[in-house]
Design a protein around this ligand. Structure first.
Ligand code: PMP
Length: 357
């Protein structure tokens, strides 16, 4: 048809070839038990008081000051964004020039680093992690030419492990004069003592990505944060949309960041830990399970002897998990989000009922 012909002519080449970020929702999964996107299973109840006739603040003050206090940084070191996903994009927009600069990341890891780089037409230096999912510093050092931005994820999605402090420090030292290092801490609330905000003073080229989507149970709100030196924040403010956060979003984010909201978040983390322990224990008796990897997050990565029939069997029974088997080094791996106790029992029950090997 005509539109298709036109689009073929005028759509940017890299966009034509792009596979969008895929979620089970998009694939039309019909589940009762959604354990595919690392969401929290129960919604917080928040109310909205915004004046909707007015444009919202670009950087809503209450959200910024409360998040700064929670994270232990200065308000001018905080940028609030439309989810951490927008922070990922802003860094590319500010620091990587298409056709000239490169971005680096270390799979297996979060898929949006690659999708965003594709979207912007930025060259990607893909440096696989070591076998135990740590940074391969030698390979990184050898591929630094033209790299202006590096994404690392700790705890890492989908493997659930933390990166070693000593490696991160070496990475930060080797990049001081040439690139931004973004540490994605989307899941840090599940192991808060491992957060790296204290390093921001020592490494002004370091950026931390955060979100309200995980332990704060607000994935539907689309609210994330970038923590960095105020000069970096000022640079990102040059490329952010005029009003990135809808007023009701800012309103609800500010409520979620009140002391009682943070207390509730900590309770959720304890609940998730309890349910994670239950699921790991139950799966460890399943002979189709090859390995359950240690997790510092609200999901676990599980390697099966043959994951495809297991994934499909659960899917057909309405238990929607995340297939990771196509990711580098993750053959036969499935990621399971930790949900309610009942949801964990459902996983175990359906898994037991499957007759597949
Ligand atoms: N980073 C990682 C590692 C994630 O897993 C996610 C959520 N899937 C994000 C960033 C994006 O989070 P947000 O919902 O804030 O955009």
């Amino acid at each position: 048809n005509d539109v298709q012909e036109l689009l073929k002519k005028i759509t940017r080449k890299n966009v034509q070839d792009l596979t969008p970020y895929l979620s089970a929702r998009r694939l039309g999964g019909k589940g009762d038990v959604w354990l595919n996107a690392n969401e929290y299973p129960i919604t917080p109840k928040l109310t909205v008081h915004s004046d909707l006739n007015r444009y919202p603040e670009c950087q809503p003050l209450a959200v910024i000051t409360r998040y700064a206090e929670y994270a232990g940084v200065n308000p001018d070191e905080v940028l609030v964004t439309r989810g951490a996903d927008e922070s990922i994009e802003l860094l590319l927009r500010a620091f990587c020039e298409p056709g000239k600069d490169a971005v680096m990341y270390c799979p297996p890891t979060y898929g949006m680093y690659s999708v965003s780089a594709e979207t912007f037409g930025i060259q990607q230096k893909i440096v696989p992690s070591t076998k135990d999912w740590q940074l391969d510093l030698e390979a990184i050092a050898s591929q630094m030419a033209d790299v202006k931005l590096i994404y690392v994820c700790s705890p890492n999605n989908p493997t659930g492990n933390l990166l070693h402090d000593a490696d991160l420090i070496k990475l930060l030292e080797m990049t001081q004069d040439r690139a931004i290092v973004a540490i994605d801490e989307a899941y840090i609330e599940f192991c808060l003592q491992n957060n790296k905000t204290a390093w921001l003073k020592r490494f002004p080229h370091m950026v931390i990505l955060r979100t309200l989507s995980k332990a704060f149970a607000l994935a539907g709100l689309r609210c994330g944060f970038t923590l960095a030196h105020r000069n970096i924040i000022d640079t990102l403010l040059k490329v952010i949309a005029p009003y990135p956060l809808a007023a009701p979003v800012a309103d609800m984010a500010a409520q979620a960041l009140l002391p009682e909201g943070i207390e509730t978040m900590k309770q959720r983390v304890l609940e998730i830990e309890k349910n994670r322990t239950y699921l790991i224990e139950a799966l460890s008796h399943d002979e189709r399970v090859v390995q359950i990897y240690p997790s510092f997050t609200n999901y676990i990565l599980v390697r099966f002897k043959d994951s495809a029939p297991i994934f499909k069997g659960l899917w057909d029974s309405g238990v929607i998990l995340r297939d990771q088997s196509k990711q580098l080094g993750l053959e036969n791996c499935i990621r399971i989000t930790i949900g309610t106790e009942e949801e964990m029992q459902a996983v175990v029950r359906v898994l037991r009922s499957l007759t597949v090997a």
